[in-house]
Design a protein around this ligand. Sequence first.
Ligand SMILES: *Cc1c(COP(=O)(O)O)cnc(C)c1O
Length: 374
Amino acid sequence: MKHASRFTLHASRPWILLNPGPVNTSSKVKEALLRGDLCHRESEFSELLLKIRKNLLKAFGIEKDYTAIFLTGSGTAALEAALVSTLDSRKKVLVLSNGVYGERMEKILSLHRLRKVIFRVPIGEPLPLERMDAILKSDPQIETVAMVHHETSTGMLNPVKEITDLKGMAGRRLILDSISALGGETLPLAQGKIQVCVGTANKCLQGLPGVSFVLIAKKELERIQDIPGRSLYFDLKTHWEEQEKGGVPFTPSVPIFDALDAALEELLKEGLERRMERYRQYAKRFRQGFKKLKLEYLIDPRYHSNTLTALKLPRGLSYEFLHDRLKERGFVIYAGQGPLAGKIFRVANMGALRIRDIERFLRCLKEILASYDR
Ligand SMILES: *Cc1c(COP(=O)(O)O)cnc(C)c1O
């Protein structure tokens, strides 16, 4: 299979990153960091921001109904901004939670003392549609549902489309953490049922870490005008108003915007469908290899995302040992989080990878599994 864009590994950091972001980036994305110093109050930055906003919407085919608001900060920055800027404190938000990132949403809402109903199932379990529908129908105070698209802690893809189609969702809004899915997974954005969708530059968009964004339905922008400000830095209204004028309220990470510009050009060139297909093929190749090595999945593979596989650590093999032996061979894997620490390892397939890297990884993994002390 043809690789999407050329990339070279640097001699001092020669790693293939199989962690779920930051990912390996193309040479063009890295070169964009050297465009030169720029003041964010100059017209060149306004043009850059305008272009990035336009290209992001274009890549997802949602120019008509959505706008994009950018923040300097990792994915959690945009997630916190989305939650604190869009919720009416007189109403409730229902949080669907089946992993570490669902819990992160709960935590943000608790810190800001926003009214919430938590629907939590054990980590790695699928969200039961009928029970959620019943909760929605029984509580008219629930105005919004907040959920994670791809629960990166387990590699589980949650059923966004099925949830938006629930009878109980009629008249309600959806806030989606699609940080590890946008660009890698199909998303029914164009159907107008997702009002707020959060993403980041350094996962499936293949940019660098430090810039995140909220895609917000234009209709929703009127509604948030009435939400009282709850944060100075994380107020979407403030960022949106400035960005509409071509500016930003605070100093942005200019070079990371440059890198995102290059990454979005590459996404447009590759096309969203082909990007997703490339990730599907990567995941398929990894999983064929895992199967041959008789490794056990953490979750039911019917719920696997396109971009990450969580595997149980074989008995007697510590995460640290596996991580270190793989790193010596040029690969960075990812540990389990929260209750899964020490029990699993994760292999993501986001970013500028090559099939031959995946094949070499599988050979190395085989060698390490054959050699460790059982
Ligand atoms: C990566 C990720 C985040 C954000 O993490 P940051 O470290 O703040 O970028 C949030 N939600 C999900 C599902 C993620 O995968």
